[in-house]
Structure formats: structure tokens, C-alpha cells
Design a protein around this ligand. Structure first.
Ligand code: SF4
Ligand code: SF4
Length: 183
């Protein structure tokens, strides 16, 4: 398996976990939302950005794009993987205000950055979604991706425990602090 193939496979696996956690935490709000934040110009990124396009072709290539609604369906986003990172970065005020001002709100903020964190492996500290040609994707190094994936996986397990038990100790805060908040 090439380095790019390994990155695609492990990114997809991690995205699936993050998507499921998001759905579990936000479902009560998004399920009754009357002003859904999904917009076709975000959906279009899943086609225009080569890394996201490769993910979509490999793992949900059967899907058809709607000019009017993008990937949005009556049951939510059809993309199981390959969503633009911005789709994970955004939690609206309704969702965030419901978390209060303490650790839970911080937990949501870290959750919103996990996929952006692992994607920041392009040369010059750029992001995977900024790479616009296949040659540059093929030059990506798995070792760099693996390090950031480990940090994100550790933070993810920390968040899973926190959202279950509502307990956060110093080690957990340290693990969450590894996640970058860069744009
Ligand atoms: S994140 Fe907020 S605005 Fe977006 S669909 Fe969910 S409830 Fe609606
Ligand atoms: S979550 Fe899916 S439907 Fe919503 S903007 Fe992102 S790609 Fe489009």
C-alpha cells in the first residue's frame, strides 16, 4: 500500500469515528433544526479538493451530487467520509450555548478541530485540503500523518471518556492541549 493509500484509509477510519461522535452529540439539536448550516458551496469542496475527492471516490463513490442541495439529504449529509473539515469545525450558537461555559464547551471546541489537526501535514505546515494536484499528494509522508493521527486519536478517546463521565483530570487536559487550533 502506498503512503497516500495508508493516509486515505486511516483518515477515513478516523473521520468515521468523529462523524459518529458528532452525530451523537449534536443529533438532538440538528435533528430539529429549521435553519440547517449546510450550504452547497461547502459541499462543492468535497469535489474540488483532490484529497477529499479521492476519499469520496474510494469510500462513497456511488453517491450522486445534487446541484441544488449538494450532499445534503432529508436525513443529513450523505457523505460518510470526505466531508470538508469546515463541516466538522462548525458548531452553531445553539449547540455551543447548550454546553455551558466550562469544560464541556472546551471539549466541543477540541472535537471540532480533530480532523483539521490530522490534515495539517502538507509542506510548510499547510493542510491536505490546500493541496491541489495529485503529484503533491503522492509526496506526502505517512510518518508525519501518523504522529498527528496519534495525537488526535488520544484526544478523541479522552473526549469519549469525558462526554460519558463528565470528569476531566490533568492528563486528559494535557492530551487535549496537543490539538492545534490553527485555521
Ligand atoms: S449545527 Fe446548528 S445550525 Fe447546523 S444543523 Fe445543527 S443545529 Fe442547525
Ligand atoms: S456536512 Fe455534508 S451536506 Fe453539510 S455542508 Fe458539509 S458536505 Fe455539505
Amino acid at each position: 500500500m502506498s503512503e497516500l493509500e495508508r493516509i486515505l484509509t486511516e483518515y477515513a477510519s478516523f473521520e468515521t469515528k468523529v462523524r459518529k461522535m458528532n452525530a451523537a452529540l449534536c443529533g438532538p439539536y440538528c435533528g430539529v433544526c429549521t435553519d440547517i448550516c449546510c450550504k452547497p458551496h461547502f459541499c462543492q469542496e468535497a469535489i474540488d479538493i483532490p484529497f477529499l475527492s479521492l476519499l469520496r471516490e474510494r469510500f462513497c463513490g456511488h453517491l450522486r451530487y445534487s446541484k441544488a442541495h449538494g450532499w445534503l439529504t432529508r436525513t443529513g449529509c450523505a457523505l460518510s467520509v470526505g466531508r470538508p473539515p469546515v463541516c466538522y469545525e462548525f458548531f452553531c450558537d445553539t449547540v455551543m450555548l447548550a454546553q455551558g461555559n466550562g469544560t464541556r464547551k472546551y471539549g466541543f471546541t477540541v472535537l471540532s478541530r480533530l480532523l483539521s489537526h490530522i490534515g495539517r501535514i502538507a509542506p510548510g505546515r499547510g493542510h491536505l485540503v490546500e493541496i491541489m494536484n495529485l503529484e503533491d499528494l503522492l509526496n506526502l509522508r505517512y510518518s508525519r500523518f501518523k504522529k498527528r493521527l496519534f495525537q488526535a486519536e488520544t484526544a478523541f478517546e479522552t473526549l469519549r471518556s469525558f462526554f460519558e463521565k463528565e470528569v476531566m483530570d490533568d492528563k486528559m487536559i494535557f492530551d487535549l492541549s496537543k490539538i492545534e487550533f490553527l485555521r
